[in-house]
Every structure is written in structure tokens, then in C-alpha cells.
Write a protein that binds this ligand. Structure first.
Ligand code: MG
Length: 392
């Protein structure tokens, strides 16, 4: 990396806590932590973070104790993001904060839950923009957490909020811009990049789920190890692993191949991003935002990631057994949304009086863990209707 360094070994292109754009509501600095460490700590102590333990990543939470949940996924993303951040001389604490918070807005039951809630919201309010989990993650840290005596949400820094809002529709971006001019919605209207730390977290997220979903897919029995050999990168690491450890088999062979796959992606990302940052030589974090994507992998790396995604889509995410449970999960979310909006008195007190009711209900459902949603479904509709509740 270039010799230009600043305090703490961070590059000039990094986000520096001392130069943060600050919090929406100004607060005095903490004595022993900088603002990004403090953001990370607030996230770890939040209620929404603890709920991630019982939220589905791909497999429903009750399908097995060893599958990834949103919590373990978020921790893996944080680990990868910190490693990459250190190599690129970026701010590790900010990366950790973004990574741990990036999925706080996820509904129960993974993408099936999100799709169902999106459809419900769009039907209730056709021009409201529906449900987006990234936007919901921002709502959680800006408004929905209730921990502080004098403000809603966690009052995080601009940089953490910017990273959490990974995607945003133009409608939601315009709404954010109206409330907070020049704030976190702005880049989706200007088509600029977020901080390099946020860019790292986006790619760390993708590397994490592409790798751990293969592991979970094989663990579940829905993917066979032999199927993975259709992926060129996987086949190559399979040969290398057996070359280094002849006779290796079973789960240790899978882990060794996945470990090599993961390392190759991280090294590729660090190598390409280092070269790109050197080439552009942004003078500070804002110039880095205006320089197009600077954190990126090679063309071969991108192709290999596309192949893994396509493989997981057809082999795992659309596997009949996964589809069957996700269909049932979708119905649970639809039923709950209908019941609560039809009779708000079925909601707990603080939610029952919030308006508009469809937004209050969406926030309430989005915050649920898988098992809480199933319990609510049994309470309102009786046991047996979902086909999932017997798993509790
Ligand atoms: Mg994620």
C-alpha cells in the first residue's frame, strides 16, 4: 500500500472517527471509545441484534442447531470485513459495526418472510414503496430500538447508517432525502458509492453467504458433495486439497475445500482493491466515495461468484424441500399481517395505537424471530394451520 498513513495506521482513504459526519442528535464524546467503537457497542447491546439468533438465514431456525442463523452469519461477515479492512488500512471498528447491523431489519423466515411482507405492504399501500430489509435495518437503528431516555433508535453515526443502508429504492431514497437533506439517502439519487468500509461489508456479506450456504446445504443433505465439483473453482480446490492431504474425505474434505475457497476470495478481494486504491489514490474518504467502486474482486473472481450463486439458487434455494417450508412461512406472515391489520386490538399495546397501522404491523412482524411468529400464529389461528408450528 502507499506510504501515506495517518493515525492508527489507517490510510487517508479510510473513515476516521475523529472526522465523522456525526450523529443526527449530537452527543458528547465517550471518554475511552471513539464514535465507531461506540456504534458497534450500541449495536451489540440492542434488542434487534439478540433477535438475530432466532432468525432464519436459509434454513428455518428450528430445522437444526448447526445451521447458520442471521446472528452467526453477521458474525462471519464481521470477521471477513475486519480482515479485509485491516489489509486495506480501513477502519475495522466501522466495518464491524456495519457488518453486525447489516441484517437487523430482516424479517423472520429469511427471504420468504420478506417477500410476503413486501406483498402485504404493497397491497395495503400501493404507493408506499413496500418492504425492503436494508431500509428496515436503518429504521431499526434510527427509530425502532427503544433503549435511551431522550431519543428513539441508537443514534448511530452517519458512516454506520450509510453502510447499513446497502440498497435503497429511489422512492425510499427520496423520502429519506426529504427528511434528512444530504443524508444517507442521497447517494442513491446521485449514484455515488458509500465509504470503502461499507463497500468491504457488501462484498464480505456475499463471500460469507456464498460459502456458508454451501456448507449448510451439504449438512442438510439437500446438496451432495459431488454436485459441488461442477463448480470450476470448487473442483480446483478439491484437487489441491486431495493433493495436499491424500485420502482426505467426509466433512474435513468439505471444510478444507471451503477454507481454500474462502481464502482465495479474500486474497483476490484484497489484491484487486489494493491495486485500485493505489491507482485512484483518493486523498480522503469523501474522494474515495466519488471514485466509483474501489473495493472489488477480479473478473475471474466475479465470474466464479456468479457461478456459485446460480448453483445455490437452483440446487438449494429452489430445492423442493426448501420451497415447501418457505411457502408455509410466507403464509404465516400473510396470516399475521391480515389478523393484526384487521383487528389492531390483537397487537400488544404500543403497536396497537401506532399509525398508519400497516406500517406499525410491518415493523412488528419484521422484528419477530421465527419461533415468536409461529407462536403468534398458533395464538391467533390455532395449532396445525401453518404446518410449521409442530416443529416448535
Ligand atoms: Mg447478510
Amino acid at each position: 500500500m502507499t506510504p501515506v498513513a495517518t493515525q492508527g495506521g489507517l490510510g487517508v482513504w479510510a473513515s476516521h472517527a475523529a472526522q465523522s459526519r456525526g450523529r443526527r442528535r449530537p452527543e458528547p464524546r465517550a471518554p475511552n471509545r471513539d464514535d465507531f467503537q461506540r456504534d458497534r457497542d450500541r449495536i451489540v447491546h440492542s434488542t434487534a441484534f439478540r433477535r438475530l439468533v432466532y432468525k432464519t438465514q436459509v434454513f428455518l431456525n428450528h430445522e437444526g442447531d448447526l445451521f447458520r442463523t442471521r446472528m452467526t452469519h453477521s458474525i462471519e461477515v464481521a470477521q471477513l470485513a475486519r480482515s479485509v479492512a485491516r489489509a486495506l488500512r480501513l477502519n475495522e471498528d466501522l466495518c464491524e459495526a456495519i457488518a453486525l447491523a447489516h441484517d437487523l431489519g430482516h424479517t423472520p423466515f429469511g427471504h420468504a418472510g420478506q417477500d410476503a411482507l413486501d406483498a402485504c405492504l404493497r397491497a395495503a399501500q400501493p404507493d408506499g414503496g413496500g418492504f425492503e430489509h436494508n431500509f428496515q435495518s436503518l429504521r431499526v437503528v434510527d427509530e425502532l430500538e427503544e433503549r435511551y431516555p431522550d431519543f428513539d433508535g441508537l443514534n448511530l453515526t452517519f458512516e454506520a447508517r450509510e453502510g447499513i443502508l446497502k440498497h435503497c429504492s429511489p422512492r425510499h431514497a427520496s423520502a429519506l432525502e426529504a427528511r434528512e437533506p444530504g443524508g444517507v439517502g442521497r447517494r442513491f439519487l446521485d449514484h455515488t458509492q458509500p465509504s470503502l468500509e461499507a463497500q468491504v461489508c457488501n462484498l464480505a456479506d456475499e463471500i460469507a453467504y456464498n460459502t456458508h450456504d454451501i456448507d449448510d446445504g451439504v449438512r442438510s443433505g439437500l446438496l451432495a458433495y459431488e454436485q459441488l465439483l461442477a463448480l470450476p473453482a470448487f473442483a480446483q480446490f478439491h484437487r489441491e486439497a486431495l493433493g495436499a492431504f491424500p485420502g482426505l474425505g467426509g466433512r474435513r474434505l468439505l471444510f478444507e475445500v471451503l477454507r481454500r475457497t474462502l481464502s482465495a476470495q479474500v486474497h483476490d478481494l484484497i489484491g484487486c482493491s489494493t491495486a485500485r486504491i493505489q491507482e485512484c489514490a483518493p486523498a480522503d474518504a469523501d474522494e474515495a466515495r466519488r471514485s466509483g467502486p474501489l473495493v472489488l474482486c477480479s473478473a475471474e473472481g466475479a465470474e466464479s461468484a456468479r457461478a456459485v450463486k446460480a448453483f445455490l439458487r437452483s440446487g438449494l434455494y429452489r430445492h423442493p424441500r426448501v420451497v415447501q417450508t418457505t411457502e408455509a412461512a410466507r403464509a404465516v406472515v400473510r396470516d399475521l399481517f391480515g389478523a393484526y391489520t384487521g383487528d389492531p386490538s390483537t397487537l400488544p399495546a404500543p403497536h396497537a395505537t401506532r399509525r398508519p397501522i400497516h406500517r406499525a404491523v410491518a415493523d412488528y412482524i419484521a422484528g419477530m424471530t421465527d419461533r415468536f411468529a409461529l407462536r403468534e400464529h398458533v395464538r391467533l389461528f390455532g395449532a396445525g394451520r401453518s404446518g410449521l408450528a409442530h416443529e416448535l
